[in-house]
Design a protein around this ligand. Structure first.
Ligand SMILES: NC(=O)c1ccc[n+]([C@@H]2O[C@H](COP(=O)([O-])OP(=O)(O)OC[C@H]3O[C@@H](n4cnc5c(N)ncnc54)[C@H](OP(=O)(O)O)[C@@H]3O)[C@@H](O)[C@H]2O)c1
Length: 231
């Protein structure tokens, strides 16, 4: 079966960059969505030219488009990854609303944390989690899963270094969870752990805050999680 194409909105950012590069290493067609495709083109070109980069050699070149065009060019079965700051999703989803294909799948990476004056804070989200907030703003025919919320950007963008961690997946349909788990499996050393309904995203998002706290307390950049006892 051919691999799905993956549009990563916010793919120029810290988290999106690592995902884009690693999906490309795995041989997927990757489209980095941006508000400014010209700036994104320069950013992506710089990745390919970076010391030690094997992006070009490893898979198809990473494409670039504005966020709407990135979503519009997806075919049935392709995936959209939402990797923008949580505080910006409302505007972006309003812009994209009429452009999603019915039956398409969105993978939400966002975490409702803010960093102000060096302090991390979780935002209160009326729906219970960033993912449920996003669900309420997507067309009904679009399925949603959450993934990649607890993998740190510093590790994701560290070339091909195995991730050596579990990644929690939840979603509003079995198919969305299956597709998100398949994406996690593209990343060497990452094991998907399906935790069920989309409402579980609130627990995952708090785990991300915990990982940030571990990083800060222990002066590291790559705290992440592993579940023991799973077969
Ligand atoms: N960083 C981590 O370690 C980490 C880990 C887990 C989850 N996450 C989550 O992943 C998401 C992205 O995090 P990040 O650290 O990669 O963020 P970031 O680097 O600050 O931003 C990501 C990208 O979002 C786009 N963006 C910024 N403002 C926007 C706006 N107003 N409207 C639309 N797009 C906008 C930008 O792309 P363009 O300028 O090209 O449009 C930017 O490159 C967040 O929700 C975060 O909570 C991050």
């Amino acid at each position: 079966m051919p691999m799905s194409a993956i549009a990563i909105l916010g793919g120029t950012g810290q988290q999106g960059r690592g995902l884009a590069q690693r999906f490309a290493y795995a041989g997927a067609r990757v489209i980095v969505g941006s508000r400014d495709p010209q700036r994104a083109r320069e950013t992506v070109a710089a990745w390919a030219g970076a010391a030690g980069s094997t992006v070009e050699a490893a898979g198809p070149p990473i494409e670039v488009a504005d966020n709407i065009a990135a979503v519009e060019q997806l075919e049935q079965g392709d995936l959209t990854v939402l990797a923008v700051p949580f505080t910006t999703v409302d505007t972006l989803l309003t812009e994209l609303h009429s452009h999603f294909r019915d039956g398409s799948i969105v993978i939400d990476v966002t975490v409702p944390v803010t960093f102000s004056g060096g302090q991390m804070a979780m935002l209160e989200v009326a729906e219970g989690s960033a993912s449920e907030h996003i669900r309420a703003r997507l067309p009904q025919g679009v399925q949603l899963a959450a993934a990649f919320k607890t993998i740190p950007a510093a590790l994701l963008s560290a070339g091909r270094q195995p991730l050596e961690c579990d990644e929690f997946v939840c979603g509003d349909s079995a198919e969305a969870r299956r597709q998100a788990a398949a994406l996690v499996e593209l990343l060497p050393g990452a094991r998907p752990v399906d935790v069920g309904a989309l409402s579980r995203a609130r627990f995952i998002e708090h785990l991300t805050a915990l990982a940030i706290a571990v990083n800060r307390t222990h002066k590291i950049h790559d705290a992440r999680f592993r579940v023991v006892g799973l077969r």
